[in-house]
Write a protein that binds this ligand. Structure first.
Ligand code: SAM
Length: 246
């Protein structure tokens, strides 16, 4: 997968050099290209923002550098990418969205700052390619860089060969299938007793069927405790009698 990221702080993306994503880049599974938006300005101050029309506090990112930057990124003949614009006013970024994006060959991320990017930029590129305005949660960050790091990591770990054990994706919270709308329950490793606290006996039993049942019970309990609103969205066809009792 190719990923282009346009930002006034390309140095924010140093974490993409390490761990799973760093290794995926080394192997060539992920081709991440960083671009400095200010390279497409033409004044001595390399200005990317201006005052908002209609008044009010804050500054808005100017359309001109964004237009030149995106035209330049799109100029390569590798097909048509999907443009992702992080914004708190976008549609929620979920595991389902991450999965869908992981099937795309090419993503371009446009990192806003200040009060965001002039809306005509999204309107302009929306006529040429798929554009998604996406929020990573109901809070406001100072810029799109952290949101893009979140999305690149969530998408990148789903690419074939990035995770050592592909099965762990299916067991994750929110994974489509058995874990859709469920949170993963508690996990344990050795030693069996730590500071007097024992690992639940069932996990040491070697009985795979009962362990799977216990894990599902715990997932239902944790979801009910931490995210009760998710339970309403559970597919009734996936629930058995025991699920309903938990
Ligand atoms: N005035 C904007 C609003 O209220 O919707 C907030 C702008 S925010 C200070 C600056 C930039 O941070 C946004 O353009 C976006 O790129 C990024 N950002 C902030 N919160 C975000 C979130 N929850 N999800 C995705 N991006 C976010």
């Amino acid at each position: 997968m190719r990923i282009d990221i346009v930002s006034i702080f390309p140095e924010y993306f140093a974490p993409l050099d390490v761990s799973l994503i760093g290794k995926a880049r080394e192997r060539g599974t992920l081709d991440v290209r960083l671009h400095q938006l200010r390279d497409w300005t033409h004044d001595i101050h390399r200005t990317v923002d201006d005052t908002p029309y209609g008044g009010g506090p804050g500054m808005v990112m100017k359309p001109d550098p964004w237009g030149e930057a995106l035209d330049s990124v799109l100029a390569s003949d590798e097909g048509t990418p999907r443009l992702i614009v992080p914004t708190p006013s976008g549609r929620p970024f979920t595991q389902e969205v991450a999965l869908r994006l992981s099937e795309e060959p090419w993503l371009v991320f446009a990192c806003g700052r200040y009060e965001g990017i002039d809306s005509r930029v999204m309107a302009e590129y929306g006529e040429r390619l798929p554009v998604d305005e996406v929020s990573i949660g109901d809070y406001v960050l100072a810029g799109g860089e952290v949101a893009v790091l979140v999305m690149v990591e969530a998408v990148g770990r789903l690419l074939p060969g990035v995770l050592g054990n592909v099965r762990s994706v299916a067991d994750d919270s929110f994974a489509p299938g058995a874990m859709a709308n469920l949170l993963e329950g508690p996990v344990y490793t050795k030693p069996p007793v730590w500071r007097g606290r024992e690992v639940p006996e069932i996990l040491l039993s070697g009985h795979h069927g009962r362990i799977a049942r216990w894990r599902r019970d715990e997932a239902l309990r944790r979801t009910s405790a931490n995210r009760p609103e998710l339970l309403a969205d559970l597919d009734p066809d996936t629930l058995d009698k025991r699920d309903r009792e938990v």
